[in-house]
Design a protein around this ligand. Structure first.
Ligand code: AP5
Length: 218
């Protein structure tokens, strides 16, 4: 019997660990990871007009306008049955458009990390352009010299820019949370990535169980 697909949203401040946890969640649960930030960076790399516009907002740590992003996310979600949506929605208008398109999440994961930790996480973050894997110069070192030599940094990963991103996050988070109150699980995000995943894994295991029960008692 085919398992019911899971539809998960993961949210949290900049550098709270969304991308890192998505790597671990997809490994165990086989969900398709759809990251709003990654979609936008791919658009920038294409060199399109939308990409050029989006980058202006990202440089300032502001939300990219709905006209650019809403359609991109809709197209990405439409191709999938189950999904793990990262960094979206970040406003009530985005949440409402998801609802309008019929994308209904089962669970809303909120990673909670104290602000003073976020800046250090951002500044030490490095990315492997070949595998897309996320590293940190102190907390998550590359496995080999070869990987270490090719690591890159994101254009918005400076202390100044993360503070702007954090302001935007703080301005919007309450609106989004209020729309998902019934399905929100708050995760303590200031421990090791394995410990953070342990908490998420527990919540997902429970969700899978509940889905099994409700699909056998329609
Ligand atoms: P986006 O790319 O989503 O950036 P963000 O929200 O700022 O989040 P990050 O990707 O920086 O962090 P993360 O939570 O994934 O942390 P990570 O796992 O890498 O968005 C970028 C921009 O795009 C926005 O500013 C906005 O302009 C635009 N945008 C995006 N979505 C939008 C939307 N919906 N609407 C409008 N505009 C939108 O971890 C960070 C570091 O910490 C890494 O180095 C990692 O190794 C380390 N780390 C992770 N977990 C731990 C741990 N437990 N202990 C120690 N270190 C850890």
């Amino acid at each position: 019997e085919e398992a019911e697909p899971l539809r998960i949203i993961i949210s949290g401040a900049p550098a709270s660990g969304k991308g890192t946890q998505c790597e671990l969640i997809t490994q165990k649960y086989g969900l398709v990871h759809i990251s709003a930030g990654d979609l936008l960076r791919a658009e920038i790399d294409l060199g399109s007009e939308n990409g050029r516009l989006a980058k202006e907002y990202m440089e300032r740590g502001e939300l990219v306008p709905d006209e650019i992003l809403v359609k991109m996310v809709k197209e990405a979600l439409s191709k999938q049955n189950g999904w793990l949506l990262d960094g979206y929605p970040r406003s009530s208008s985005q949440a409402k458009s998801l609802e309008r398109f019929g994308f209904k999440p089962d669970l809303f994961i909120l990673l909670e990390v104290p602000e003073e930790i976020l800046v250090e996480r951002v500044i030490g973050r490095r990315l492997d352009p070949v595998t897309g894997k996320i590293y940190h110069l102190k907390y998550s070192l590359p496995e080999t010299q070869e990987i270490a030599a090719r690591l890159t940094q994101r254009f918005d990963d400076t202390e100044e820019k993360v503070k702007l991103r954090l302001k935007t996050h703080n301005r919007n988070v309450r609106d989004v949370l209020s729309m998902y109150r019934d399905i929100t699980v708050k995760i303590k995000g200031d421990c090791s990535k394995e410990e953070v995943f342990g908490q998420i894994d527990k919540a997902l295991t429970k969700l899978v169980q509940q889905k099994k029960i409700s699909s056998s008692n329609p």
